[in-house]
Design a binder for this molecule. Structure first.
Ligand code: NAP
Length: 291
């Protein structure tokens, strides 16, 4: 079977095109105030991580203003929390994204959890996770939300199907499992203490890999006809799944790079534009009542 390539670049550009229109409408309504995304990221030798540079370029394409706070290697949790508090209170900032990983001395979970719910466009706070898991309004975690968008874009049915998520991190694996469950898949979550990972992976009609280990999952483990989603990324472009041994057995797969990654950035921007639209709607004067 020739597998379907679940390309993420093209649908991400389609999302961006629609977002650019929504940004133009907001600008016309707000008299020039652009939706604004603040990113906090660890300072690197190159200045900022490449993933942050890519987000900045995508902001530019759709007309979202990007504000970057670089977190020095020696920064404390208090430094980052103070910056988040300032951004929470700034009405010109609509979205706040804390780029993982922060420097080792910073309590990342406290920082994620300090982001105001309405501005948590990365969906990484405990509050956002809990609300999304319960079906209440909140921005869902960006990478799992991007996976759901890709599956929907390519018309992959989920209801009643056997989904396996490899990885249980708070940022990817757990929210991914909750979103698949909400879409009526039957979900198994695997982790480093799971027994017989190959057998568990072999049950998957839909497999999402987020183990953070390059090529840990082998193509030879896959069930025939599986839809294979690789959320992993390791420079220069290696995923968590090695498809070389799949021998064309999967029905569809995401390329790395060019699959989940571009859609994740598009989802982050979409959340930011939605946050700006909500802020603009709450600022608007009440509609005039007919006499
Ligand atoms: P992570 O925090 O390191 O979590 C990795 C998960 O994989 C853990 O739950 C771990 O199990 C499990 N695991 C590790 N080795 C395993 C093994 N041998 N067998 C079964 N499970 C194993 O990683 P992450 O942040 O979720 O990222 C996962 C992948 O997604 C990475 O490739 C990363 O590049 C990519 N990604 C991450 C993000 C993000 O925002 N973090 C965004 C996009 C893409 P335990 O829980 O038992 O340790």
């Amino acid at each position: 079977m020739t597998p379907l390539v679940l390309d993420g670049r093209l649908p991400a550009r389609e999302v961006e095109t629609r977002l650019a229109e929504r940004v133009r409408a907001l600008l016309a309504r707000n008299g020039g105030a652009a939706p604004t995304l603040a990113v906090l990221a660890a300072e690197t030798e190159a200045g900022q991580p490449e993933s942050v540079r890519m987000k900045g370029r995508a902001c530019g394409r759709v007309g979202v203003a990007a504000l970057l706070t670089l977190v020095p290697a020696a920064a404390t949790t208090a430094f980052v929390l103070a910056e988040i508090a300032r951004l929470n209170g700034d009405p010109r900032v609509h979205g706040i994204f804390v780029q993982h990983p922060l420097p080792p001395g910073v309590d990342e979970r406290r920082c994620f959890d300090a982001v105001a719910l309405a501005k948590d466009v990365g969906g990484d706070s405990s509050h956002s996770f809990g609300r999304s898991a319960l079906g209440a309004s909140a921005f869902g975690a960006a990478t799992p939300a991007a996976v759901m968008r890709l599956l929907a874009h390519h018309g992959i049915p989920l209801a009643g199907r056997e989904a396996v998520v490899a990885g249980r991190s708070a940022m990817v694996g757990k929210p991914m499992a909750m979103m698949l469950l909400a879409a009526d898949a039957t979900v198994t979550v695997c982790h480093s203490r799971s027994r017989d990972l190959p057998a568990l992976v072999g049950r998957a009609e839909i497999l999402v890999a987020a183990v953070g280990r390059p090529h840990l999952i082998r193509g030879s483990w896959l069930r025939d006809g599986a839809v294979v989603i690789d959320a992993g990324y390791h420079p220069p472009g290696i995923g968590d799944i090695d498809l070389t041994e799949a021998a064309g057995r999967c029905a569809a797969y995401t390329p790395v790079p060019g699959g989940v990654g571009p859609m994740t950035i598009a989802v982050l921007l979409e959340h930011t534009v939605s946050a700006a639209e909500r802020a603009a709607a709450s600022d608007a004067p009440p509609a005039a009542r007919p006499n």
